[in-house]
Unconditional design. Structure first.
Length: 119
């Protein structure tokens, strides 16, 4: 990660009150209880850098996975809309989550396969 990317990630960590972790930041900081907050932050900050959009997208996906782990039949109502609007900013992460085969630990994979409108 470049020094600019590290700086952007540190800034995002501070803004959201999250742990700075240069590797797997979204997974480390995933929080089912804050999913809506993370989606709202993304929507409310259109000037996020490409690094911040990518990392925040990963955080949203990892947090959605946490929601599904806690509540397997959760609707994730806003996630489809969020992905339709923003997935292009972190499509590699969407494809990764969609391809994971361990559905017990990563139920978001099945959800993406069934619900993601822009395959």
């Amino acid at each position: 990660m470049t020094s600019r990317a590290n700086s952007d990630l540190m800034e995002l960590s501070q803004a959201l009150g999250l742990k700075y972790e240069p590797q797997d930041w979204g997974i480390v900081n995933a929080d089912a209880g804050r999913l809506e907050e993370f989606v709202a932050y993304y929507d409310e900050h259109p000037t996020l850098s490409s690094t911040q959009r990518f990392e925040l997208g990963e955080l949203v996906l990892a947090s959605a996975n946490e929601v599904l782990l806690a509540t397997p039949k959760a609707a994730l109502v806003g996630l489809s809309t969020f992905l339709a609007q923003h997935a292009k900013d972190f499509m590699d992460q969407v494809k990764y989550w969609e391809s994971v085969n361990d559905l017990e630990e990563f139920p978001l994979s099945a959800w993406l396969q069934e619900n993601f409108p822009n395959k």
